[in-house]
Write a protein that binds this ligand. Structure first.
Ligand code: F6P
Length: 546
């Protein structure tokens, strides 16, 4: 059950020994067709993976490994509603949420598409009411501000999409995201808002999440300072699987948008969890996002493994994590509006593949999910790129490159793209000692001064990257991009023989926080049983609290 025993894995291991020092620079010099060989197109999206430490043989072997772990079978099992999230006994059907073909998708013999369509219709009706002004606040004013209260998958995805689709925002409507239980988040958001024109979307799949419920209660208190209890229905709607808890909170279940247990939190932006997106950019643009996701689903499901963008990106990730021993992977969008894209990818990837137990319940003896991180270019270049170029770790980078901006300003976009391409080129090529020497000589250096400076200016190069290039960040393209990474994570989970769709690792901290809270709130000196560090920190907090 361990991939280490699969002959195709072992063959890759031997191949790694053969090519680990192979120079990409030399490969480019030898092969003028390298770009064409190592690019894949899906609609308007292009993946250039030529700047990787690979030969055609590497790709053949990676694809052979994907075949050996039955990648296509697993893919079909996911798309057709098999219970592949076995530790929670659930199907994994975020693809049904964007199944624009509307072909039946069965869970326990029941087609889920009518449920999906009914919620989409309810979202469309609601958006239309809010936008047209037939849904008004308690004092008869139009809604001007949407506040989404949620956390994790009920926040990161929708927040990222709303930022990215800001050019599509509906006039007169702003959207805000409150996630952190730190009161700063809610307070600084509410201080700008008018309760008469604010609509809260309380988004929680389980409707049990402490942070979300605390923020929602405080938001309701803020609202009730100016309004009546009977006005709550006009200003609070919910997205959840848990109608009972929604009703117990005091939200009319007529104003609840349903999701289902076969939608994972970090895969849920396509569901009613996307309501703030639909409200902000309109249902038509939300559907364009779904169209893009669906287009990537068709690509992933139907393309052969070797011509499949998520498969290639996933298998390249395996190559670096398991053979080159990479610990992290950077995602660097050269698009300011994608500032939150790496954070969403962080939850998507790390909550999915941060696992040390395999599907059979045994301890794993190989590496699984890397640390995912990144920020927009060019800013990252002036912060952490030093380490990517000259640090001691190998950090594969994904450069996300839209050709055209929604805000064309003189040469800004060309400068931005020139920088993105330059970083990828520099990472691949590096700069040799000879090149540095000749530069220093031209600058007038000689002797000891030259020799002393020279090693610091050498770039080792041979550092891998992918480029994802597309004409413009439209809703469809954004849908494609997000779905691409979802499937990449899936591909890796299949190879690592883990369940990418549970998240038991977040539970212990939640339980302990519930045990510590009464100690912090206690009126007397009593403290429950903890380690000495935790106990003393609790005591200190009590002393220092104002
Ligand atoms: O704590 C992790 C998690 O369960 C995520 O998987 C999820 O996206 C987030 O919390 C929020 O959960 P909910 O939507 O149920 O409030």
């Amino acid at each position: 059950m361990t991939p280490l025993n699969i002959p195709e894995w072992q063959s890759l291991d031997r191949h790694y020994g053969d090519i680990k020092f192979l120079s990409m620079r030399e490969q480019f010099a030898l092969d003028s067709g390298r770009f064409e060989r190592f690019t894949i197109r899906s609609g308007e999206l292009l993946l250039d993976y030529s700047k990787n430490r690979i030969t055609q043989e590497t790709i053949d072997k990676l694809i052979a490994l994907a075949q050996a772990v039955n990648m296509k079978d697993w893919t079909e099992r996911m798309f057709t509603g098999d219970i592949i999230n076995h530790t929670e006994g659930r199907a994994v059907l975020h693809t049904a949420l964007r199944n624009r073909s509307n072909s039946p998708v069965l869970v326990d013999g029941q087609d889920v598409m009518p449920l999906v369509n009914a919620v989409l219709e309810k979202m469309a009706r609601f958006c239309e009411q809010v936008h047209s002004g037939s849904w008004l606040g308690y004092s008869g004013k139009k809604i001007t501000d949407i506040v989404n209260i949620g956390i994790g998958g009920s926040d990161l995805g929708p927040a990222m999409i709303c930022d990215a689709l800001e050019p599509y925002g509906i006039d007169g409507l702003s959207v805000h995201f409150v996630s952190n239980v730190d009161g700063t988040d809610l307070s600084t958001t509410l201080e700008k808002l008018n309760p008469e024109t604010t609509l809260f979307v309380v988004a929680s799949k389980t409707f049990t999440t402490q942070e979300t419920l605390t923020n929602a209660q405080s938001a309701r208190q803020w609202f009730l300072k100016s309004a009546q209890q009977s006005d709550v229905a006009k200003h609070f709607v919910a997205v959840s699987t848990n109608a009972e808890a929604v009703a117990a909170f005091g939200i009319d279940t007529a104003n609840m948008f349903e999701i289902w247990d076969w939608v994972g939190g970090r895969y849920s932006l396509w569901s009613a969890i996307g309501l703030p997106i639909a409200l902000y950019v309109g249902m038509d643009n939300f559907e364009r996002l779904l169209d893009g996701g669906h287009a990537m689903d068709l690509h992933f499901r139907n393309q052969p493994l070797a011509e499949n963008i998520p498969v290639i990106m996933g298998m390249l990730g395996i190559w670096y994590v398991n053979f080159f021993n990479s610990q992290t992977h950077a995602i660097v969008p050269y698009d300011h509006s994608l500032a939150r894209f790496p954070s969403h990818m962080q939850q998507l990837d790390m909550e999915s593949n941060g696992k040390f137990i395999n599907r059979q319940g045994a301890r794993i003896n190989y590496k699984t999910g890397p640390v995912i991180w990144g920020t927009p270019g060019t800013n990252g270049q002036h912060a952490y790129f030093q380490l990517i170029h000259q640090g001691t770790q190998l950090i594969p980078v994904d450069f996300v490159l839209p050709v055209n901006s929604h805000y064309p300003e003189c040469d800004h976009q060309s400068i931005l793209l020139a920088n993105g391409l330059a970083q990828a080129e520099a990472l691949m090529k590096g700069k040799t000692a000879e090149e540095v020497r000749s530069e220093l000589v031209k600058e007038g250096y000689e002797g000891k001064a030259l020799e002393a400076l020279l090693p610091h200016k050498v770039f080792p190069g041979n550092r891998p990257s992918n480029a994802l290039l597309f004409p413009k960040l439209t809703p469809e393209m954004l849908g494609q991009l997000v779905a691409l990474y979802e499937h990449k994570v899936f591909v890796q989970g299949v190879v690592w023989n883990i369940n990418s769709f549970d998240q038991w690792g977040v539970e212990l901290g939640k339980q302990l926080a519930k045990a510590i809270l009464p100690d912090l709130l206690a009126a007397d000196e009593s403290i429950s049983e903890h380690d000495s560090s935790t106990t003393e920190l609790i005591r200190l907090i009590r002393q220092l609290r104002q």
